[in-house]
Write a protein of this length. Structure first.
Lengths: 111, 113
């Protein structure tokens, strides 16, 4: 039970922004939202994570809803290299450290 | 640092044989994870270690699977005897702290015929 819901697939055009949604309606107060992506034939790669506030890094931005029941990963300018499966993961802040992957969203970037 | 290093990258073995997958985590990382990925089940956490001690092995499918971490720089995942349904890509990952990002290796593609 990955405890998050994501669309199976999304499509974008190169150099356009991409908004990848994630629903985590049963999130608890200590759960972090992590995003990883997996490029073809590679291991998963960390993208970003947050708890309550919006977060930015060199790869992406993470917008977390005020009620924390959903979040959106934002790629500001998609490139062909961003084509991957994107996983939204709800990670417990408790003592049991687990990163549980769901099915993710397959992002296709068109040239 | 070269990142998480897994070996071999590919392994083909016959059913019934013992298979050992190896992982070298990033130096200084206290957490090590073993994942398995298949088309049917996606990415599954098999086991994770903290400071070389197994913390949660609830994802290990059965007694044929065992994992060890004899020191901070080396871990093995062993399958004995192997079966065709064990065919998958096995990933090792490490992280510095409990809540920090996890770094994954390139994976070992295991095929059991």
């Amino acid at each position: 039970d990955a405890k998050t819901t994501q669309p199976n697939s999304m499509e974008s055009n190169e150099e356009e922004p991409v908004h990848l949604p994630c629903n985590h309606s049963t999130i608890s107060g200590t759960d972090y939202i992590h995003w990883y992506r997996q490029l073809p034939s590679q291991g998963p790669e960390y993208v970003i994570h947050g708890l309550t506030s919006n977060v930015n890094n060199r790869m992406a931005s993470l917008a977390i809803a005020e009620d924390r029941k959903s979040s959106t990963l934002i790629l500001h300018r998609a490139t062909l290299r961003d084509a991957a499966v994107y996983y939204c993961i709800r990670k417990s802040g408790g003592s049991n450290y687990k990163l549980t992957f769901g099915k993710g969203t397959l992002l296709t970037v068109n040239p | 640092d070269a990142g998480v290093i897994q070996s071999p990258r590919h392994e083909v073995t016959e059913m019934g044989q013992e298979v050992t997958l190896r992982c070298k985590p990033i130096s200084g990382h206290d957490y090590l994870f073993w994942y398995r990925q298949t088309m049917m089940r996606g990415l599954e956490l098999l086991i994770y270690f903290n400071n070389n001690v197994p913390i949660d092995d609830s994802g290990m499918p059965e007694d044929r699977f065992s994992a060890k971490m004899p020191n901070a720089s080396f871990s093995t995942l062993k399958i004995q005897p192997s079966e065709p349904r064990d065919s998958a890509v096995y990933f090792c990952a490490s992280s510095l702290l409990r809540d920090s990002e996890a770094f994954f290796g390139q994976g070992t593609r295991l095929t059991v015929v």
